[in-house]
Design a protein around this ligand. Sequence first.
Ligand SMILES: [Fe+2]
Ligand SMILES: [Fe+2]
Length: 268
Amino acid sequence: MRILMLGDVVGKAGRKAAAELVRGLKDAGAVDFAVVNGENAAGGSGLTGNICSALLSAGVDVITSGDHVFRNKDVLEVIDGERRLLRPLNMSPAAKGRGWGVYEAANGAKVGVINAIGRLYLNVGANPYVAVEEAVGEISPETPIVVVDMHAEATSEKVAMGWFLDGKVSAVAGTHTHVMTADAKILPNGTAYITDLGMTGPHEGVIGRDAEKVLSFFYTDMPARFELAKGDVRAEGVVIDVDEASGRAAGIEAFSWVPGEELPGKAG
Ligand SMILES: [Fe+2]
Ligand SMILES: [Fe+2]
């Protein structure tokens, strides 16, 4: 089976690109399951119920998130009731929502999805490795197919999660930095890995924000209201080939897709 994972969706342009790509790939039968990080989907920060519904109805199976998940309070109305929306599992146990789940793909296969968050700069207390190990233990009796969104600032925390889970899950993909890394690969024991999926949104800016405003802030040290960038909208992520019986990955293809161009991930 083939699983699509998309990097952080930023604003309306990102949502449109994500929806177009996921719908296109699903309609073509090119992917069976789609995981999209939506933490920046609402105006660049957070999510709303309507945005979740729109992504899900475009064919997204699970929306993962990260440090910005609760930035828009509208999400609080849906996060407890919508099991296809995840927040990092190693947040406070008192936080609303859930950090992992098992879902059914278009081909009938069961897919476990885990959303974790790193600790550098992100103010989350619980150890992500211990938390993910527990979740994999819960999911394993149900299905060998498991994908992990490791939302983290530090490259090292993400690389380490890949090695930690090699042979135990189908894929580990990093999110949060919004810049795709050039290290998509299959680790020795069969786990697909990439340090960062990149960003689904406007690339002509500073990780999704208007460059002029961000530069003003960096240059003057004075606060500026960060508007969203506009140009060079792309959807970035990976398509992973997974052997259903073993849960191991056979291939990973990274893409930076411009809406209107030929869909990625269709070959093979
Ligand atoms: Fe993000
Ligand atoms: Fe983030």
